[in-house]
Design a protein around this ligand. Structure first.
Ligand code: HEC
Length: 164
């Protein structure tokens, strides 16, 4: 009987470990999918001709260049800003390339994906190191991002257009 209980405990632990691994895998999968969409700037449009802009209070991001994928470009006006009151369509991606000492330091990402399992307030939120490893996972559902990005002023939760 004791052996049997030990076996049951062992099997339950095994199932638990397998389940946790599975969860990690799918979280990583969503991050990897997003990274694949943003790693190259091909097809992206750079804000303000790709000039490096300095972060403005309350930004935690530092000097940056901002780029938009083609879906996001569709709603920008002639100076490449989102008109106040407009929203980005599903599939829009904004990538903020953060620079430190003139070298790429971090890729900070927002993707409009309201039905995504890891979306918060309609967006996926992520940060990647230049080598593609995850710095801030989409699975965290923007818990470090949303409160600041919903602060006033914002345009569909984006902050750049009112500050730069
Ligand atoms: C304390 C405020 C604050 C927090 C926290 C914050 N941001 Fe931002 N973010 C800003 C500001 C301000 C800008 C405008 C550009 C600038 O000056 O840096 C910005 C710009 C951006 C942009 C470019 C698009 C836009 O909104 O203009 C992205 C993408 C972005 N942030 C993603 C994130 C992610 C992902 C997180 C969480 C991991 C995060 N931010 C946390 C303040 C914040």
């Amino acid at each position: 009987m004791r052996k049997f209980s030990a076996l049951v405990v062992f099997l339950m632990s095994l199932i638990f470990v397998i389940q946790s691994c599975k969860k990690d895998e799918s979280e990583t999968e969503l991050d990897n999918q997003l990274y694949d969409e943003i790693k190259s700037s091909t097809g992206y449009l750079f804000y303000q001709d790709g000039d490096t802009l300095s972060g403005v209070s309350p930004s935690p991001h530092g000097s940056f260049r901002l780029r938009f994928n083609t879906t996001a470009q569709n709603v920008l006006d002639s100076i490449h800003e989102l008109p106040a009151g407009s929203t980005f369509p599903t599939g829009s991606i904004l990538v903020k390339e953060v620079y430190k000492n003139n070298a790429l330091n971090l890729l900070v990402v927002m993707k409009k994906n309201p039905s995504g399992t890891d979306a918060a307030s309609g967006w996926q939120w992520a940060e990647f190191n230049p080598d593609g490893s995850v710095f801030y996972s989409t699975s965290k559902k923007g818990d470090a991002c949303v409160s600041c990005h919903t602060s006033s002023p914002n345009r569909d939760l984006t902050k750049t257009f009112d500050l730069h």
